[in-house]
Design a binder for this molecule. Sequence first.
Ligand code: PLP
Length: 419
Amino acid sequence: MTKLDQIRAAESRLLLQTYERNPILFVRGEGVHLVDEDGAKFLDLLSGIGVNALGYAHPAIERAIVNQSRALIHTSNLFYHEGQAELALRLTERTGMDRVFFSNTGTEAWEGALKLARAHAGLLRSEGKQIGTKFLALEQSFHGRTYGSMSTTYKAKYREPFAPGVPGVEFVKFNDVADLRAKFSDDVCAILVESIQGEGGIRPLMQEFFAEARKLADSTGAFLIVDEIQAGMGRTGKWCGYQHYRIQPDVITLAKPIAGGIPLGAILCTEEAARAIHAGMHGTTFGGGPLACAVAIAVIDAIENEDLLNHATEVGDYFQQQLRDLARKHECIKDVRGKGLMLAAELDSADLAKLTVAEMLKRHIVINCTSDTVLRFLPPYILERKHVDEAIKALDEIFTENTAAVSAAHQNAGGNSLG
Ligand code: PLP
């Protein structure tokens, strides 16, 4: 029995069976590559689902972890430490927001943002304003797995087994301005969007829709809350996705790449939103601990010192162009979209998408598939053109070899899954 087999057997006995893991045991990483137990290198175009922004074994992260863990790992939020204000300053300066609350994960940041919206609406009511408690979320949205996040996440498969969810959520058709107008009223305390939907298939918001959401929210004092957990912290070539639209939200959430792989999330809000929160209303034991803050500061500094926002734009544009060229050659690619290094190629069949992910893995390239048919690319920001070329060559081979086979199998199976 290999070490991987032993681990698989133990996990199947001991863990809740929530994950369908790929049968690979990664033991370390270097730059944009992961390395398995046999020393084989894999080009990582997923970066732990959009987390490892600086790739693996980046010296700035290693230094921050070593230094901070020697000094202080945890104090709780009962005491001051050096990191929170310093990190909050870096984040507010780069986002145009005023204040920060640190959490541990994305879903927890999103929960806090929802609580902030309802608390703020309560404050406005106490000041005589007419505003309700309803959330307008978008179809195809994904905001996480805890109750509030799950309840504002669109797909039924994430919500229904755990019903009833948090009440007061209505979904608006994605990018449908008329539907947004029809569903908005003074009952709404917040409009909830991702600037670029991640799990929903790398779908950017339309400028017109985003602007209308801002306008409607302003008309009643409701919040526009933007989930930047996947798109934020430089992935799209700007610090946040909404900055491409020149629209300023009331509240944003960050997580995933913020501390380069150490768990950390953040809610950023305006001074007006912060009026709704006073001591004891919200909190966390671990959130914003010294270690996570020190690493996040090192990540932001490295992104700037290495000019990685411009690099993500440049390599991302190249990647997108190569995918578009590939789409001209292979009809199975229905659409290519995204910004910077948050990219997708939508295929015409779920079977082919699944097969492509597996075939890429056989060629030692890690990608994933979201929304059944969408190949998703969330590589580390240090990706280079030569890595893009390697991925495009592999995709070209896979589509050349497999599109005919998949469509034949599809027809034979009467359209059923290849399994
Ligand atoms: N929001 C968005 C846009 C996400 O992509 C995710 C995770 O994929 C989450 C929230 C939840 O984050 P976490 O898994 O850290 O709880």
